[in-house]
Design a protein around this ligand. Structure first.
Ligand SMILES: Cc1cc2nc3c(=O)[nH]c(=O)nc-3n(C[C@H](O)[C@H](O)[C@H](O)COP(=O)(O)O)c2cc1C
Length: 331
């Protein structure tokens, strides 16, 4: 199969369906024949919750993995150069070539269906074979997965760390302001921006921004948020921690790729998932988590995910491919 402009744009569409912290979609793309570059968009950073940008690079890794799964499904193979020094700006460079290997249909089909589902789950047990499939879908030896049963005593210290981090974050005015700035309270805001966390995704109705801010500031208090997280955890069937071998850009991208593969596998098995990253986001709590798990110095727990069964939720918006593709000479 030839690599055409048409299918390159389609591949970028699949990349844009990837998850990202606060749905910032911190990516841009450029195309040169059979080369696609995934470029970090630092205007979409989250300086309060993600000061070292590790979540930004994890999100880029998720987009990269979607792109590669879609390329394979379109009969294309891809090689990746991580941050090649000969480029004008920092990027992940993907070179496509015809291949013929049809790729993984289940993962590809799940790209459109996957979503972060913040509702309460139904506590039903996940078959052992499905847990194995989730673990096996991580193909990176730089990423370690640790699973926990939320209803076993061994998970209690970790649940307490989630709550501790929740309290710290919701006591921090800058954290709350940053979060509020990414909430799209009205349909108009959602349709104009096509990013961020919409009211309906967060579980409340569309309301004017001033009212939404007031409601959140009144009700999203440290203790109520901690107790909400606890309820969400206790309704889940499985918890999984994603641990990076090292704390640098390349490892963060690979952790994102690994997470996306696990999330797509979960989706293909009918499992819902959502993030509980608070203990990974607050550095002091992350250190406590690492000590509790007796992780070596370099290793970093960066994503904490719950899995279970739940009804589908409203979808998060995305900017279309045309809005995130740059002209090569404007990079
Ligand atoms: C690196 C990363 C960090 C995230 N952190 C959180 C989080 O702390 N809490 C949360 O509810 N969702 C979190 N998410 C999920 C995003 O909010 C979600 O992907 C985004 O809103 C788009 O929605 P979707 O996943 O349903 O497509 C995170 C996602 C990524 C990739």
């Amino acid at each position: 199969m030839m690599v055409t402009a048409m299918n390159v744009k389609e591949l970028i569409h699949y990349a844009t369906l990837a998850p990202s912290g606060h749905n910032t979609q911190p990516w841009k793309f450029s195309i040169d024949d059979n080369v696609i570059r995934v470029i970090p968009d630092f205007e979409r950073r989250l300086p309060v919750v993600d000061p070292d940008d590790h979540a930004l690079y994890i999100s880029l890794g998720c987009a990269l993995e979607n792109l590669m799964i879609a390329a394979k499904r379109h009969g294309l193979s891809s090689t990746i150069d991580y941050f090649p020094p000969d480029e004008k700006s920092e990027c992940l460079r993907i070179t496509l070539s015809p291949n013929g290997d049809p790729g993984d249909e289940d993962l590809f089909d799940a790209i459109h269906v996957r979503q972060s589902n913040r509702s309460l789950y139904d506590k039903n047990e996940i078959p052992e074979g499905h847990i194995h499939k989730l673990i096996e879908s991580n193909i990176f030896d730089t990423v370690f997965l640790k699973s926990f049963d939320p209803n076993k005593q061994a998970s209690e210290p970790i649940i307490n760390l989630v709550k501790e981090a929740n309290r710290i974050q919701f006591n921090d005015r800058q954290f709350v302001e940053e979060l509020l700035s990414w909430i799209r309270f009205t349909k108009k805001e959602m349709n104009n921006r096509k990013d961020g966390l919409t009211a309906e995704v967060m579980g409340f109705p569309f309301v004017p921004r001033w009212l939404g801010r007031l409601i959140l500031k009144t009700f999203a208090k440290p203790e109520s948020e901690a107790s909400k997280s606890e309820k969400q955890i206790r309704s889940s069937s499985l918890l999984m921690l994603f641990i990076s071998k090292k704390h640098d850009k390349r490892h963060w991208v690979d952790l994102g790729r690994s997470f996306e593969r696990v999330a797509l596998t979960a989706t293909s098995l009918g499992l819902a998932h959502a993030h509980l990253n608070m203990p990974c986001e607050v550095e002091s709590v992350r250190n406590k988590l690492s000590s509790h798990l007796e992780l070596d110095h370099d290793k970093q727990p960066l994503l904490f995910i719950r899995f279970g069964y739940a009804e589908e939720r409203p979808r998060s918006p995305r900017r279309p491919a045309e809005e995130v593709i740059m002209q090569s000479d404007t990079r």
